[in-house]
Design a protein around this ligand. Structure first.
Ligand code: ADP
Ligand code: MG
Length: 238
């Protein structure tokens, strides 16, 4: 009964979100339709318009793909894995992109095992979303510290610490609310999706920030009892 209740609650929230996503997609669709109609009526190809149309299409694509990870119907498959390897894979994926914008990762990985029960691809998505926010907060580059350690013997603690522009205190409560963004091309879905994924892992995600100094994202994930672990799959497959 409880399980059923939880399932139906989950469906309602995903349903509500879907309504929000539909709304967000309607805006760029309206723009696209307007420009297409203009070009059809005048029988001209306006390159400025096609640029805007392409970026509106990209925006639709981004919104849909960020949302899809939550809406995917197949069962989530949890496995015992070491978070150090999962974060390591994400760093290799983002490192060259980071170097191009003058951002460097400074890592501290504990020597202790950091095994948790997780859905690896979902967790990678969380680390990617948070690292991307850190990149975007440091337009002139800087260092992102990544720390993994065992916390109180019961949690794996992951911290992503940037030196970006920070978040004013009054905006902290908005973080994680769907579609909250201060970026021109942001979706406002990254943190909401990340929080939900961490919640599904029975963990917590906390953000602290000092304006003009930087932002720290702290994730706690419950350590899994000893046992065989699966190797990380190395690939991003979402
Ligand atoms: P998006 O990145 O599309 O705006 P997110 O959900 O990832 O959506 O983030 C929501 C908002 O939270 C961002 O627009 C930004 O205002 C704020 N934010 C998140 N992470 C950071 C960070 N590391 N530094 C500064 N602001 C941040
Ligand atoms: Mg983001």
């Amino acid at each position: 009964m409880e399980e059923l209740l939880r399932r139906s609650e989950k469906l309602t929230t995903v349903g509500q979100l879907a309504a929000g996503v539909a709304h967000e997609i309607r805006n760029p669709l309206t723009t696209l339709r307007g420009f297409l109609q203009f070009q059809q009526q005048r029988n001209v190809l306006n390159l400025n318009h096609t640029d805007i149309m392409l970026s509106e299409l990209d925006r639709i694509n981004l919104i849909v793909s960020e949302f899809l990870i939550l809406a995917k119907p197949q069962a989530v498959h949890f496995q015992k894995k070491d978070v150090r390897f999962i974060l390591g894979d994400v760093i290799s994926l983002l490192d060259s992109q980071a170097n191009m914008v003058n951002i460097h990762f400074d890592t501290f990985f504990t020597q202790e095992r950091c095994v948790i029960e997780c859905e690896e691809n979902h967790l990678k998505q969380v680390f990617i979303n948070i690292s991307k926010n850190a990149f975007e907060a440091m337009p002139s580059g800087g260092t992102i510290q990544l720390r993994i350690e065992i916390w109180n013997e019961t949690y794996v603690r992951v911290q992503i610490i940037d030196q970006g522009h920070g978040i004013p205190a009054e905006n902290i409560p908005m973080l994680g609310q769907p579609f909250y963004t201060d970026k021109e091309t942001g979706t406002g879905l990254g943190l909401m999706v990340s929080q939900r994924i961490i919640h599904n892992h029975k963990g917590t995600l906390e953000i602290t920030s000092v304006v003009n100094e930087g932002t720290t994202v702290t994730i706690l994930l419950p350590v899994s009892p000893e046992g065989e672990t699966e190797p990380s799959n190395g690939l991003i497959d979402i």
